[in-house]
Design a protein around this ligand. Sequence first.
Ligand SMILES: [Zn+2]
Length: 197
Amino acid sequence: MSGQDTLIVQTALKKHYTLSIAPYKGDKACAISYTFDDGLAEQYSLAAPQFEKRGFRGTFAINGSKINSDSGLITDTTRMSWSQVRDLSDRGHEISNHGWKHKNFARFPLEEIREDIYKNDSAIFANTGVVPRTFVYPNNNKKEEAKRIAVQNRVGTRTKQRSIGSKSTPQNLEAWVNTLIETNDWGVGMTHGLTYG
Ligand SMILES: [Zn+2]
């Protein structure tokens, strides 16, 4: 029961319940979310199957404007198609909003940012049947006034991340995980391309 907070709740019916709130699922020492940016095709073909093999699911932050249509005409082979995005969602992965056109909050007027965020929500919902409950900031820019729009109706947005990419080694990843365990922290990995990008 280590690390748990226990509280006694008295309901309106005067019944007492003892609730235990574990910091993480299964009362684990830490948590890690693996996020994949920009809807790259190999995240679908290479990463997702590896996660599933291990019983894990990932978070895939996509830009709707760059996703290939389902017409069969792939305009950008480095990006997923909407049917692949839908397939990921159906298989239990999370599809996160990364802005329709990946507009950096620092570089566009607020109204354009708002449209960019909402348009991507609509497209993801239309194609997967699920409204994205998280947001991943394009270029990790969290300019305050635009951030206030991005966080609306979300359970969370990505406010910290650790790049997992070409400079990662099994050793430095293990050191990261060990630190998370020691500090009971929630780590968020950020990956772009696996073999490109
Ligand atoms: Zn991005």
